[in-house]
Ligand binder design. Structure first.
Ligand code: FAD
Length: 403
């Protein structure tokens, strides 16, 4: 009987267990998860859950009964410390080892921290887990002013939730606009306007020199130019780091993320990697991409399961993600390489935040599209990207012409 082991306890791990059983895997299946909770989805942690609108049970991937019914042994609070590829075993915290025939790595990411004075003070928060989201809910009820360091997705979503709870928020961003790396300046400006319209004090082009404390607690933030922003708490929204240590120590090929081929196999044919840690050779984009988004963790496991079962499979979906902030909902599909020159074409009313934006390359081919408060255009955006045909930018912008 085959023994399959999944290391990790997020969406990708749970979906992989599901996909293996759906594809008639009948061997033993063990899921080893560092957290104390059954795998859950993270997007609500900075949205509905933070707004008090969704409880953990509503975004737990599968209830406990599902794992029992499908004979998946789940070991919570169990952080795997090493993988021994020669003996094909993983080491557990209690010193025991578990053998595997096929192994899956789904260890995800952790919140990045800052190395500045005060970064470990009481009142400095990050957001990755349910416990950290709960801590923020409690915090919002007890503070007046929050400083958010980093205007990325998580920083901005927490900002929106804090405003909804009546907290005053200052957002401190090192670049010239929010979300600059992901969206470029034009669309970064849309998000800057959105937050300012909701009373956020958004400061761009600033560096944070120090988190000031009084009696060990956060008192404010000092900027590089010595400006002091008073705050009762700080949220660090400065990105995530993939949990690749296990893979590195095991001698797998890792460059930032764990390198995987089109079938999500690592450099060891008996080990796959999925989700945030997987740096995949993407067949459609023709390059390596590591995608730190929900849809990737949701969809890659189906392919990884087939690969573990020795069946041919290729992961070729375009990167996709979404955000909700205040009354703005958006979806983004496609991929723009870092530093790639693009032209942004918009279709609809940008000022009213109801439009579609397209990123075109120098040959007017659509690389990516983002629909903001406009729905049911996702499939068309995908088609435009996948066709690889040049588009007429004026026609694309013209809402009276068919998309
Ligand atoms: P993770 O969810 O990081 O799970 C990895 C799990 O593995 C963790 O439980 C970890 O404890 C465990 N683990 C790590 N090391 C070990 C080990 N050695 N042994 C055992 N277990 C281990 N994406 C979107 O597309 N849209 C959004 O709106 C969005 N919002 C988000 C909001 C928040 C607050 C966060 C944190 C993320 C958000 N994301 C969003 C990103 C999305 O949640 C991630 O891409 C997704 O969680 C990745 O899933 P994963 O299973 O690969 O990794």
């Amino acid at each position: 009987d085959s023994r399959f082991v999944i290391v990790g306890g997020g969406l990708a791990a749970a979906k992989l267990a599901e996909a293996l059983r759906d594809n008639d895997f009948e061997g033993s299946l063990t899921l080893l998860a560092a957290e104390e909770q059954l795998p859950y989805e993270r997007p609500p942690l900075s949205k509905e859950h933070l707004l008090g609108k969704k409880a953990l049970a509503e975004f737990t991937v599968q209830p406990a009964q599902w794992y029992r019914d499908h004979h998946v042994e789940v070991m919570l609070g169990t952080a795997v410390s090493t993988i021994d590829r020669a003996s094909k075993t993983v080491a557990l915290p209690d010193g025991s080892t578990l053998p595997y025939d096929k192994l899956a790595l789904a260890t995800g990411s952790r919140a990045r921290r800052l190395r500045i004075p005060g970064a470990d003070a009481q009142g400095v928060h990050v957001l990755r887990t349910i416990e950290e989201s709960d801590a923020l809910v409690e915090l919002f009820g007890s503070i007046r002013r929050l400083a958010v360091i980093g205007a990325g997705w998580i920083g901005l979503e927490v900002t929106a939730a804090a405003r909804a709870a009546g907290v005053e928020v200052t957002v401190l961003e090192a670049m010239s606009a929010p979300l600059l790396a992901a969206m470029g300046p034009e669309m970064g400006a849309v998000f800057a306007d959105l937050h300012r319209a909701h009373g956020v004090d958004l400061r761009c082009d600033v560096t944070v020199a120090e988190i000031r404390t009084a009696e060990g607690r956060v008192a404010g933030v000092r900027l590089g130019d010595d400006t002091v922003i008073e705050a009762d708490a700080v949220l660090l929204g400065v990105g995530a780091r993939p949990n690749t240590e296990l893979a590195v120590d095991a001698g797998l090929a890792v460059e930032g993320g764990v390198l995987v081929d089109e079938s999500l196999s690592t450099s060891d044919p008996d080990i796959v990697a999925v989700g945030d840690i997987a740096d995949q050779q993407h067949p459609v984009l023709g390059r390596r991409v590591r995608v730190e988004h929900w849809a990737n963790a949701l969809n890659q496991p189906e392919v990884a399961a087939l690969t573990m079962l020795g069946k041919p499979a290729t992961y070729d979906r375009l990167p996709y993600f979404f955000t909700d902030q205040y009354d703005l909902g958006m979806e983004y599909t496609g991929y723009v390489a870092p530093g790639q020159q693009t032209t942004v074409v918009t279709r609809g009313d940008v000022g009213a935040r109801e439009f579609v934006a397209f990123w075109l390359d120098s040959g007017n081919r659509v690389l990516a599209g983002m629909n903001v408060n406009v729905w049911d255009v996702g499939d068309r955006i995908k088609e435009l990207i996948l066709s690889g045909d040049p588009v007429d930018p004026r026609r694309l912008a013209d809402t009276s012409a068919e998309l």
